[in-house]
Design a protein around this ligand. Sequence first.
Ligand code: R5P
Length: 282
Amino acid sequence: MYIIGGTASKAVAEELAKELHCPLAETIAKRFPDDECYIRIVDDISQEQVIIVQTAYPDHNIVELFLLQNAAKEAGASKITVVMPYMGYARQDKKFQKGEPISAQTLARLISAQADAVITVDPHKEYILDFFTVSAVGCSAVPELAKYLKKQSVDFILAPDKGALERAKNAADIIGCEYDYMEKKRIDGTTVEIKPKKLDAKGKIVAIIDDIISTGGTMAKSIEHLNNQGANSVFVACTHGLFAGDAIKKLHTAGCTEIIATNTIISDFSKVSIAPCIARLL
Ligand code: R5P
């Protein structure tokens, strides 16, 4: 068995190779002068099971993933498992308006076309896994995030909306603390309305936990409410740190103590590795 790391997820691939005691295949990845992607798997993987690790975000990494899958297929790999730490396009999981695509389904079908199995981390909605036409499973980064937050003495976990309550409960159970949620209404892609809600946050070290931080709007509004309610400090933690536009500035301006993300998308805030939760599924 070989682990193949795409350029978006090299570090995760290296960690997985160590955890699973299997070799990391040598690959060449470069860009043509017109910015098209070139990849080559140097090792002989004929009749070998391979695990391709590549985050499907942004678009150029999705193309690289397709090319890695095809290179593995063409080289005669006996089984191709795609480990996709973050699946882009997952939030467009239905037609919100007439004439729109179901982007998550499109991506799932394209990935399935050259794979035998898929593993992803904290898919935006669990039912997205049904869009794949091969076996697809998700794992949660919450246990790893919770371990980190416990070390920071966090004593209150908050979900920024009701949909994220289960995640908050799981983290709180690991830490051994209280949890609650905010009432959120999304106005559009960049604006959210968080209804003020009386929380027992006074004097607490709070962590708000979510699957994605994109524009930072959801988290910023929640941080403000918590600070207004007398929280001692407010950590924000997410699995997938997209940090679009001025998200980081928004979080700091809102008064956040620390930003924590995993390494599904590499950033300065990738403080928690998802490799252990993926390794448990392999
Ligand atoms: C929404 O359902 C997600 O769980 C996140 O709350 C959302 O994607 C965060 O987006 P933003 O950072 O742009 O508010």
